[in-house]
Design a protein around this ligand. Structure first.
Ligand SMILES: *Cc1c(COP(=O)(O)O)cnc(C)c1O
Length: 339
């Protein structure tokens, strides 16, 4: 099966499973799981942050990150399509009484700092207290420019805002830029990184950040039910992912570009090849084609997203040959009679 819906579908391979099977464990609520501790130290080092905390999901990692920065009646500024705002069930508002203030993303995945400044509320009891700016990198597969992040850091310092990164795919950004992860993540106060996407672990995220914020996040993790016990079996997969699967993300990026170029040559598909930066591409077509295409591809072992524009995501379980198979199958579908 070639599953292009997401990079979350990856399966742990034999080497990762061996490490999982042999992991030393302890009770992580007492901070006594040696493998979780090792993962947290590794994540802190790689991200250039003082501390890190292991969590079951990226959603929980973002949530406790926001809870560490903001109190009831506070506000965070984020993108209109940001995962923290749109794809996490409104968790910050539902569970934290934190108000989101979304603004439109710019084309490059950044948030215009003039618009952010205009959204910051005055110190007045009519308003929520603006406390935090949350960015996302990569956003929709796009790498947020480092020069922008440096400006946003200075902006947050000037305005007295905290600075959070939803870095679910921050490793993809670093590999694309050809820089160590810490260059992408160190400017923030807190950074959430998913181990269970392109990095290939079955479960887990790490929240990396300043010590006092990670201490708060640790407390919130327990409150929201994320305090796990012998979690070293999961953390072992995360260690494997960070040690072996970062550099290879470049293959996924090459494959995404190869796929985009292949599909762009097909009549009936619209693909912005130039927009492809990391492991994601978006393909548009007549809506009437979508379901027949998905059915036909499924018969050939290719799984596709159900929405348009169709998001396609490459990952470590899709090889270059797999990409060529997908392009071939699409060509055949769109050249068949009546299309
Ligand atoms: C996947 C993702 C998350 C976290 O999702 P989980 O499924 O909860 O791990 C957060 N932000 C972005 C941008 C994501 O793509």
């Amino acid at each position: 099966m070639i599953d292009l819906r997401s990079d979350t579908v990856t399966q742990p391979g034999a080497a990762m499973r061996t490490l999982i099977a042999s992991a030393a464990v302890g009770d992580d609520v007492f901070a006594e799981d040696p493998t979780v501790n090792q993962l947290q130290e590794l994540a802190a080092e790689l991200s250039g942050q003082p501390e890190a905390l292991f969590l079951p999901t990226g959603t929980q990692s973002n949530l406790v990150g926001l809870l560490a920065h903001c109190e009831r009646g506070d506000e965070y500024i984020c993108g209109q399509q940001a995962h923290t705002y749109k794809y996490e069930g409104g968790g910050a508002a539902v569970l934290g009484s934190i108000q989101p203030q979304p603004i439109e993303f710019e084309a490059d995945g950044s948030l215009d700092l003039n618009r952010v400044a205009a959204a910051i509320k005055a110190d007045d009891f009519h308003f929520a207290r603006t406390r935090l700016l949350a960015l996302e990198n990569t956003h929709a597969g796009k790498v947020v420019p480092l020069e922008y992040v440096a400006r946003a850091r200075a902006f947050c310092d000037e305005k007295g805002l905290g600075f959070h990164l939803d870095g679910a795919r921050a490793c993809n950004a670093a590999v694309k830029l050809g820089v160590p992860l810490k260059q992408v993540t160190a400017p923030f106060d807190t950074v959430s990184i998913c181990l269970s996407k392109g990095l290939g672990a079955p479960v887990g995220s790490v929240l990396c950040g300043k010590a006092e914020l990670i201490a708060k996040a640790r407390r919130w993790r327990k409150v929201v039910g994320g305090g796990m016990r012998q979690a070293g079996v999961l953390a072992a997969a995360g260690i494997y992912a960070l040690e072996h699967n970062i550099e290879r993300l470049a293959e996924d990026h090459d494959n995404a570009l190869r796929l985009a170029k292949g599909l762009a040559s097909i009549d009936g598909l619209r693909v912005d090849v130039d927009a492809v930066q990391t492991n994601m591409l978006y393909v548009d077509m007549d809506s009437g084609c979508l379901q027949p295409l998905r059915n036909s591809m499924l018969e050939q072992g290719i799984r596709l997203d159900s929405r348009l524009p169709m998001r396609m995501v490459t990952h470590l379980d899709i090889s270059r040959d797999g990409i060529d198979r997908v392009v071939g199958a699409f060509k055949q579908f769109f050249s068949s009679a009546g299309r």
